[in-house]
Design a protein. Structure first.
Length: 179
């Protein structure tokens, strides 16, 4: 039981050290970087699976941590609003499939969580933080239009209000594009 404090201590130490950010963040208007990752049920998902659909991709640091749980539960609680406007939600972190399964089951998350275990997708989106001992995705999100282009990038995400910000922006973007 005395070891239960080791991981949080390592995370705190990692955050206090300088990190290396991987990859360039793609520009708004550019093609969204592709991915082919497993979800919490072991099924594979490719960015091409979402062609023709508005997509909110949210990157987050770690399953079942306070801010990540708040953000995931807010997406869960608003999933019908996303479905009503024809948008999909996908969460991505560097956690593994089993961790995503536990997290998804514990909070009854009705959307896809993708396991980016090697961090390649987070790096392609410019959100990977690498402290050598620990790699995480920073809390950032992207809106992707039905043509596969990034139309919005959220760098400063507040887990308490982010879901509503995304919904508001999606509704505005959709009405302006006629989708």
């Amino acid at each position: 039981m005395k070891y239960r404090f080791i991981l949080p201590a390592l995370i705190a130490l990692a955050f206090s050290a300088s990190s290396v950010q991987g990859g360039e963040t793609p520009e708004v208007g550019s093609a969204a970087p592709g991915f082919n990752l497993q979800d919490q049920n072991g099924e594979w998902h490719d960015l091409q699976d979402y062609q023709g659909t508005w997509l909110a991709i949210y990157f987050y640091p770690k399953d079942d941590t306070p801010g990540c749980t708040t953000e995931a539960c807010n997406f869960r609680d608003n999933i019908y609003a996303f479905k009503a406007i024809g948008a999909e939600v996908v969460g991505i972190s560097v956690d593994d499939v089993d961790s995503h399964k536990e997290f998804s089951d514990k909070y009854k998350l009705p959307f896809i969580l993708l396991a980016d275990e090697d961090g390649e997708t987070a790096e392609a989106y410019g959100v990977l933080r690498d402290w050598k001992l620990l790699k995480i995705a920073s809390r950032q999100s992207f809106l992707v239009n039905p043509q596969g282009q990034i139309v919005k990038h959220y760098e400063d995400v507040d887990p308490d209000t982010h879901t509503q910000d995304v919904l508001t922006d999606l509704e505005s973007l959709m009405s302006n594009s006629g989708s």
